[in-house]
Design a protein around this ligand. Structure first.
Ligand SMILES: *Cc1c(COP(=O)(O)O)cnc(C)c1O
Length: 370
């Protein structure tokens, strides 16, 4: 028997009846863009995150990008301003910045948590720094209390890339409720996944929310009147309806992910496999369970031979991608090392005891270095 990394089909099969009923409701309504499903989902998701506003957009990249675009529109960011971002992140965090003609300033992470290290953030603040983009990598919240204090002291905007961290919290305050604004992705394999693309911005800022609601819809608040040169990036009614079903089950799904993580943490024992460190159970929503090994490629082959799928998040950091030749001279040894060592084990709300045991046994059976 082989263990899939994550089966989106199994994830959705559990709610198939509810999803089909919701789809039928949308089909029969005859209204497919900017309607009641979206308005209801926006309210429900804002309430879930504990913020005033959620604005549905087409995907997670657009969510991040339109936050920065909104701040530009409101005069709070200008072309050439710098945004501090972790060097070890998915490329979308960088793309949102450069798409807005802002300058990403990548910094090294705290290797224990993979997240922004506030001390290194302080060191990176310069005269053109205007914002910090914290990424809650793998589903664990960054040190948001300290980052908020740094942002406040230095007069910087604090933006969350919360694409992997729906439902994670610190002291009851959820991902999305810490920054000035946060971007979420509902890509099908995320902890809260649509059945297609989707994303949302959440914020307590009334002016920003209003601006973004217009920006995503051709810059228009009133049909055929355009306050801004906007884009077309809306969360459609079908995906909003799917997400309303799945949001109801999100906390159960996260609880299941936490149980899988506890199982791995308790039973994987190997000198060449470094387990992730957890500061506090509620702080991690376990989008990914990422181990490190300096024999990563051999470990991946070994797991594969025993029928255990794994993935690498991510093999090449953004600053070394062909897309960013201007960043190739940046040296981030820690980030580069993490990219050589990380391996993501199967993780998801449908992984059963059998599959967990198979993953654990396969890890523990990894041979010694020859
Ligand atoms: C998935 C992801 C995004 C982008 O989301 P999409 O919906 O795929 O555009 C952004 N940042 C991080 C950290 C992600 O994991």
């Amino acid at each position: 028997m082989s263990v899939p990394f994550l089966s989106a089909r199994d994830v959705n099969a559990r709610y198939a009846d509810e999803l089909k009923a919701a789809a039928a409701r949308v089909i029969d309504s005859g209204w497919y863009i900017l309607g009641e499903e979206l308005a209801a989902f926006e309210q429900e998701f804002a309430a879930y995150c504990g913020v005033r506003h959620a604005v549905g957009v087409g995907n997670g990249l657009d969510a991040l990008s339109v936050i920065l675009r909104g701040y530009r529109q409101l005069g709070m960011l200008c072309e050439g301003d710098e945004v501090i971002v972790p060097g070890n992140t998915f490329i979308a965090s960088f793309l949102a910045i450069t798409e807005n003609r802002l300058v990403p300033v990548p910094v090294e992470p705290d290797p224990a948590t993979f997240n922004l290290d506030p001390a290194r953030v302080e060191d990176a603040v310069g005269p053109r720094t205007r914002a910090i983009m914290a990424v809650h990598l793998y589903g664990q919240l960054a040190d948001m209390a300290t980052l908020s204090a740094v942002a406040r002291q230095r007069g910087l905007l604090l933006i969350e890339d919360a694409a992997q961290a729906h439902g994670a919290s610190i002291a009851g305050r959820k991902a999305g409720a810490w920054g000035d604004a946060a971007g979420f992705s509902f890509f099908p394999t995320k902890n809260l996944g649509a059945l297609g693309d989707g994303g949302a911005v959440v914020t307590d800022d009334d002016a920003l929310a209003r601006c973004i609601a217009a920006l995503r819809n051709y810059g228009s608040e009133v049909k055929y009147h355009h306050a801004y040169q906007g884009i077309n990036s809306r969360l459609d009614e079908m995906q909003a309806a799917m997400l309303r079903v799945k949001l109801k089950h999100l906390d159960e799904d996260i609880a299941r992910r936490r149980a899988v993580a506890r199982g791995y943490l308790a039973a994987v024992r190997h000198p060449d496999i470094l387990l992730p460190s957890v500061i506090d159970a509620e702080r991690h929503a376990w989008h990914l369970f990422v181990v490190r090994s300096d024999r990563r490629d051999a470990l991946q082959r070994h797991l594969h031979d025993l029928g255990v799928q794994s993935q690498i998040h991510y093999p090449v950091p953004p600053h070394l991608q062909p897309a960013y030749p201007v960043l190739h001279d940046v040296h981030l040894p820690l980030t580069e090392r993490l990219h050589r060592e990380v391996l993501s084990l199967p993780m998801g709300p449908t992984l059963d005891e059998h599959a967990m045991a198979q993953v654990i046994d396969a890890c523990n059976a990894f041979g010694a270095a020859s």
